[in-house]
Structures are given as C-alpha cells and as structure tokens.
Write a protein that binds this ligand. Structure first.
Ligand code: ZN
Length: 85
C-alpha cells in the first residue's frame, strides 16, 4: 500500500512490513522524493469486510462495511495512518 509522505506530499513506497496479528501490522516506508528522503513507520489494521471470503477463518470476526464504489475517487491526498504507541 502506497502512502503520501507527510512532509513533501510525494508517494512513499513500502520497504518492508511486519505482522502483529492477523488483522494488524506495521509497515516501513521510504519517500520517493530524493530531495526529501523521509523514511517512516505506519500502523495498519483490517477493520471490515466488503465481500466475504470463500474460505472463512472462524477466528476472524469483522463487521461488514460498504466498499468505496466505482464513482468514488481513491484517496490521492490520503493522510498517513497514526501509529498507536
Ligand atoms: Zn517526502
């Protein structure tokens, strides 16, 4: 998953990620702007199901949520996820 660098606004690419649980993890990013050079860590969490799995794991319980739909734009100026402690 690409994020926007919070300092310069360029795309930042994932360098590596670590899984904390089946639903959470951390990802390490590097800004693609060579003049910026920011590297940072972000937290991610799977928060809902849009379309159910054909191979459901009974241990995974997620609420259903709406998808973005084809008429919605993707977040080109997304705000990076906050890291919890
Ligand atoms: Zn940057």
């Amino acid at each position: 998953m690409r994020l926007i660098c919070p300092h310069c606004g360029y795309h930042a690419n994932t360098r590596t990620s670590t899984k904390m649980s089946p639903l959470t993890g951390h990802a390490y990013y590097a800004c693609s702007n060579v003049d910026c050079g920011h590297t940072f860590k972000a937290a991610f969490e799977i928060v809902g199901t849009i379309s159910p799995s054909a191979m459901p794991n009974p241990a995974i319980v997620l609420p259903f949520c709406k998808g973005v739909g084809k008429n919605h734009k993707t977040m080109s100026k997304s705000i990076p996820l906050k890291e919890s402690a």
